[in-house]
Design a protein around this ligand. Structure first.
Ligand SMILES: [Cu+2]
Length: 347
């Protein structure tokens, strides 16, 4: 019923607008067609000029309103070049946008049709055509060249001394694996994945796995000014390791390993001072809508000094030790004896 009433109301509004239009048409015929047209032109030209000023004010207001929501200074070396590219692009396109819009609205106002001026017939100019084709083409080519240079840097192979850390997405959190004292991640096989005690399917026959540390609290610990190579994977659907503060992102695709390398340049503590926000955290956002718990995939990156990182890592138990720990002897002496024979000597 309310739907029918709304439809009738809309039709009624249209009829009223149509009738008002017709009435003003008859009125203008009585007043003189030409005079009325010039008056309408004048009103429209003034309204358009007002619209332009209002638009500029809107841009300014948006800028003020969202300024504190912009990202702080980039926390990675590649991010600094990315920011400079972004700024150059915004300035170039911004200047062109403002200039063309100002001209457009100025022309409608300044050259509105009046009784003293006939329109100027200007069908074609080769010079102008060449000018407004080549200048934007050159500008775009320069912007693309800067972009390609940055892309090559971001996708270049990681430095040889980069620390390798694995980050795997699953519905719905991040699992991060750090190499232990041997500085090498062991092999894993998706067929060995067990949610209870082997979330990444580590192959226990590979000795490199014995000291690997796995964190499932969504935290990624990195050392400041040390390159790190992320091995990115997914256990189910496509996720994405989004690192907005480092201006980087990379898809986590099931079945293949993608990589991303970066050198964090500002510790979390320093960034708290820079942003004047004592609660500042670097964020890992899953940048693919990966299911109904997608929102829960917000992780954090903790950038710390080498000493802080070493201290933190030394406090972590290896995933092997946590999940293959000997049972208490009083409860199951037989099992304890069996596990003893596997020589669990890892830390
Ligand atoms: Cu996700």
């Amino acid at each position: 019923m309310s739907g029918l009433l709304t439809t009738l109301l809309v039709i009624l509004v249209f009829v009223i607008i149509y009738q008002i239009g017709k009435a003003s048409e008859y009125a203008s015929m009585m007043r003189g067609e030409e005079q009325s047209r010039y008056r309408t032109n004048k009103v429209l030209a003034t309204l358009l000029a007002g619209f332009f000023v209002l638009g500029l004010y809107g841009i300014w207001i948006c800028h003020q309103y969202f300024q504190d929501k912009l990202l702080p200074v980039s926390a990675s070396a590649t991010g600094v070049s990315y920011d400079s590219m972004f700024n150059v692009t915004v300035v170039v396109t911004g200047v062109v946008f403002l200039a063309t819009q100002a001209l457009l609205f100025w022309f409608t106002f300044r050259y509105q049709s009046t009784e003293n001026r006939a329109s100027f017939y200007f069908p074609h100019s080769n010079t102008l055509e060449i000018l407004w084709t080549t200048v934007p083409a050159i500008a775009m080519a320069i912007l693309v060249a800067i972009g390609l240079k940055n892309w090559m840097t971001v996708t270049s192979p990681a430095p040889a001394n980069a620390k390798v850390i694995e980050i795997v997405g699953k519905q719905f959190n991040w699992i991060v694996r750090y190499p232990g004292a041997d500085n090498e991640l062991g092999k894993r096989d998706f067929r060995k994945i067990d949610n209870a005690n082997n979330v990444l399917g580590l192959d226990w026959t590979d000795p490199h796995n014995m000291d690997d540390v796995i964190a499932q609290n969504g935290e990624l610990h990195l050392v400041v000014n040390k390159p790190v190579k992320l091995l990115i994977g997914s256990r189910d659907v496509i996720h994405d390791v989004g690192l907005p503060h480092f201006r980087l992102k990379m898809d986590a695709v099931p079945g293949i390993t993608t990589t991303l390398w970066l050198t964090p340049t500002i510790t979390t503590d320093s960034m708290k001072i820079i942003t004047k926000n004592p609660n500042f955290v670097y964020e890992i956002s899953c940048d693919q809508i990966c299911g109904k718990g997608h929102y829960a995939m917000r992780g954090t990156v903790i950038v710390q000094t080498q000493a802080e990182y070493d201290k933190w890592l030394s406090e972590q138990k290896s995933y092997y030790a946590t999940n293959n720990a000997p049972a208490a002897p009083a409860e199951a002496p037989k099992d304890a004896a069996k596990i003893d024979s596997t020589k669990v000597t890892i830390k």
